[in-house]
Ligand binder design. Structure first.
Ligand code: CP3
Length: 353
């Protein structure tokens, strides 16, 4: 089926577009009252992810309000460790938690060798359903966490302020850490390939915690595994290339090596100037980003000014997908998101011939 709006896929491959495409990390989420309603109906967050009809419904909600150029599958990065038997749950107001934690080499060795694609068939079912409902309007993004980011949650047993336990495990047991990352990389490959087979038209690897590593540690414990994943992904869906986006939060210092990892686009958080990033990585990959998500609390006037400034910094030509530098937060007013999306389309036409 041909896509009515394919500017997102084109921009990722640095092809010419009419206006800069835009989507938002966490675009389906708690800032939308309709999301809060569906979540309440589902009972809890995992139930929402595990019921394809409900996951599809919340994926489509932001698209009914805003002219986003891509949809993103509604799920979570922690479904993989959950499928590995770690017992994911969401304590009210506390974020994700695991009933089991990884604290030794034996714990890593005990992780079951499961068929991720069949364990997570609720995700691939959601992908197929969303594709059907999108009916060729805009492309669908699939995603996974990076092995390093998944490992940090599995070792800590949840989120953390300083990742002391995960980093200590890495420093004291580098071999066990590598075995864990190896197992996770293999699961991520199967998982993303299953999403692509089910209809995902681009994929993003969320390396939310890559930026807590040292420069050397980043190469060895995070980037190496993302490279391996990228090299093993299906490259086509329905005769079209499936672009891969790597988003390492706080990875601004390592853009050159991320751009060389084999991905088509690098996601930027808000701490890097996108124009400077473009000069550094040249024509190698597209860039995605990078408005400070906190900007969405500011006035419409300030939001519009910031969108203009980011577009100007990137400059003329192809290879830019507009996004926030990280996910939207729950207290943002939905009206401000409309201002943001409209400003990207309105101001960006002058940067494309
Ligand atoms: O972008 C999207 O709209 C797709 C959906 C999506 C979710 N999580 C839904 C979600 C995506 C892409 C993710 C990825 C994810 N999950 C990451 C990587 C991206 C990032 O934000 O850094 C991480 C680290 C997680 C783990 C996770 N899941 C955390 C830390 C939390 C709690 C966050 C919070 O705000 O409380 C979740 C839960 C979660 N995942 C929610 C949503 C909409 C909120 C759950 C709720 O409804 O209560």
């Amino acid at each position: 089926m041909s896509l009515k709006n394919d500017r997102f896929l084109k921009a990722l491959l640095r092809q010419d577009v009419d206006v800069t495409p835009v989507w938002m990390m966490r675009q389906a989420g708690r800032y939308l009252p309709e999301y809060r309603n569906t979540r309440k109906q589902a009972g809890d967050f995992m139930k929402l992810c595990q019921t394809p009809e409900l996951a599809c419904e919340v994926t489509l909600q932001p698209l009914q309000r805003y002219a986003f150029d891509a949809a993103i599958l509604f799920s979570d990065i922690l479904t993989i460790p959950d499928a590995m038997g770690q017992g994911l749950y969401f304590a009210e107001g506390e974020g994700p938690k695991f009933r089991k934690v990884i604290r030794s080499a034996a714990d890593v060795e005990r992780l079951p060798d499961i068929n991720i694609a069949s364990e997570l068939s609720y995700v691939t079912d959601a992908v197929s359903l969303i594709r059907k409902e999108l009916n060729g309007s805009i492309p669908l993004i699939g995603f996974s966490g990076s092995p390093w980011t998944l490992a940090t949650y599995m070792i800590e047993g949840g989120g953390s302020k300083d990742f002391r336990i995960a980093k200590q495990f890495m420093y004291d047991n580098p071999e066990a850490m590598h075995l864990l990352l190896e197992k996770l990389a293999s699961a991520v490959i199967d998982y993303l390939n299953a999403q692509i087979k089910a209809g995902a038209q681009a994929v993003q690897i969320f390396d939310t915690w890559g930026g807590i590593l040292t420069a050397q540690g980043y190469q060895e414990f995070s980037l190496a595994y993302m490279k391996k994943i990228i090299a093993s992904l299906h490259t086509e869906n329905e005769g079209r290339q499936v672009p891969v986006i790597v988003f390492t939060k706080n990875g601004g210092q390592w853009l050159e090596s991320i751009a060389d990892a084999g991905c088509h686009a690098v996601g930027l958080d808000w701490t890097t100037d996108i124009g400077v990033a473009r000069h550094r990585i040249g024509e190698r990959v597209a860039l995605q980003g990078n408005m400070d998500p906190t900007m969405l609390y500011a006035s419409p006037k300030a939001i519009r000014k910031e969108v203009e400034s980011i577009l100007k910094s990137f400059g003329k030509g192809n290879g830019h997908v507009f996004n926030l530098g990280h996910g939207i937060t729950p207290e943002v007013s939905p009206e401000n998101v409309a201002v943001f999306v409209e400003a990207v389309h309105e101001f960006s036409s002058q940067y494309h011939d």
